[in-house]
Ligand binder design. Structure first.
Ligand SMILES: *[C@@H]1O[C@H](CO)[C@@H](O)[C@H](O)[C@H]1NC(C)=O
Ligand SMILES: *[C@@H]1O[C@H](CO)[C@@H](O)[C@H](O)[C@H]1NC(C)=O
Ligand SMILES: *[C@@H]1O[C@H](CO)[C@@H](O)[C@H](O)[C@H]1NC(C)=O
Ligand SMILES: *[C@@H]1O[C@H](CO)[C@@H](O)[C@H](O)[C@H]1NC(C)=O
Length: 354
């Protein structure tokens, strides 16, 4: 009970103390502007003797930038980095309105500004305003052309430069790579450059996949999204299609097709046979190999080799020339017969249903 009571009393004391010297908790500005830092001490209930403004750039750096004493007048210490740019709003100022303005605000003016009253007999009382300086960052994103491989490499980069405060960078993608730890670099003018990258062990199938980088910053009304597509280079992947395992002596117009993809786009397609000799009955038409009439010379292994600037890929297929069409053809005929019988049954069923 007594604990609760003392907690309540503490709250009341804190509340009343916090209320005494009135300032704005935060003032936001861009470089080059003029900012006004307001201060008031309503109903002090004690004697006010002097008011000072103190600039705290860091926890250890504390300098007086403006002082007013009703008898001794105004003083702006020349040692301050704000010297010449800071002044009381009213001339002469008063203990009732010791607000100041800072002209040509710089990035390095960011920090805590303390309005401190000296009172009699109870000492100093203060209010603290944080001056926040904003700088709109310049954002860029680029995808990095990479070669397919097993080790993770950077596939996309995103950079938000010269912003204040530091921008937030996030990624969105269906890829299962990793986002690197963002690197924040502080520039001499107090702005911050943030770099983030996306890492992945790139596979050929990742080429062209979507990846988005999103930059959010206090100066931007909505986050900026950069849609990108991955660029993964890889040697051609090759596949021969068109062989149905049923080439027979005397068959006309059999053909094989060499399918290939690669990045960069493959430049050359080369057909070969394992023996090195291309049968006379075979015609090569780019990625097609046409057999005008199947004979025993076609009973061989065909190889298709496709190149791009990264290298080549190949596939091979062994053709087995059969004696005649009939062995397989008869099975086909049986299947046809069964199929047409089934269609017939279905037709009868439909008629009955009607
Ligand atoms: C990337 O952003 C675009 C446009 O904002 C959106 O249509 C797409 O779905 C996003 N893709 C991913 C992977 O988040
Ligand atoms: C991503 O991070 C996880 C866990 O930190 C790690 O196991 C994995 O190897 C990383 N993957 C890549 C592509 O860097
Ligand atoms: C950036 O991220 C921090 C921490 O996650 C968050 O507090 C802040 O509001 C974010 N800023 C913006 C502009 O989204
Ligand atoms: C065709 O090649 C196979 C081996 O792939 C061989 O067993 C067969 O005897 C050959 N047939 C003819 C007609 O040359």
């Amino acid at each position: 009970m007594s604990g609760l009571l003392s907690a309540l009393i503490l709250l009341i004391i804190q509340g009343s103390l916090a209320q005494r010297v009135r300032v704005e908790p935060e003032v936001v500005s861009y470089p080059g502007q003029t900012v006004t830092l307001r201060c008031q001490f309503p109903n002090p209930g004690k004697l006010l003797t002097q008011v000072s403004w103190i600039f705290e750039r860091t926890d250890v750096q504390r300098i007086h930038i403006a002082v007013f004493h009703p008898v001794f007048g105004v003083n702006y210490p020349t040692t301050s980095s704000l010297s010449g740019r800071v002044s009381f709003v009213t001339d002469p100022p008063s203990l009732e309105n010791p607000s100041i303005k800072i002209r040509e605000v710089k990035m390095t003016d960011e920090g805590r500004y303390i309005c401190e009253y000296a009172t009699y007999p109870s000492g100093n009382e203060q209010g603290v305003t944080s001056l926040v300086l904003l700088a709109k960052p310049k954002n860029i994103a680029t995808s990095v052309t990479v070669t397919a491989g097993k080790t993770p490499v950077i596939v996309a980069r995103c950079e938000s430069s010269n912003g204040r405060p530091a921008a937030n960078i996030s990624w969105s993608t269906a890829l299962n790579g990793n986002v690197t730890m963002p690197i924040e670099t502080k520039n001499p003018d107090n702005t911050i450059t943030v770099q983030s990258a996306y890492m992945l062990a790139p596979q050929p199938s990742d080429n062209g996949k979507d990846i988005n980088c999103t930059v959010s910053h206090r100066t931007m009304t909505k986050p900026e999204t950069f849609p990108m597509k991955l660029v993964v280079e890889y040697p051609p992947r090759v596949k021969i299609v068109g062989y149905d395992n049923n080439w027979y002596r005397g068959q006309t117009n059999a053909y094989l097709t060499c399918q290939a993809d690669g990045n960069p786009v493959p430049t050359t397609v080369t057909w070969k046979t394992l023996s090195g000799l291309m049968p006379e009955t075979v015609q090569v038409q780019e990625n097609r190999l046409v057999v005008q009439k199947v004979d025993d010379t076609v009973n061989t292994t065909f190889i298709c080799e496709v190149r791009n600037s990264l290298g080549y890929g190949r596939d091979q297929i062994s053709v087995f020339v059969r004696d005649s069409v009939h062995s397989c053809g008869s099975t086909e005929a049986v299947i046809r017969l069964v199929l047409s019988a089934l269609v017939g049954v279905a037709t009868v069923l439909l008629l009955v249903y009607d």
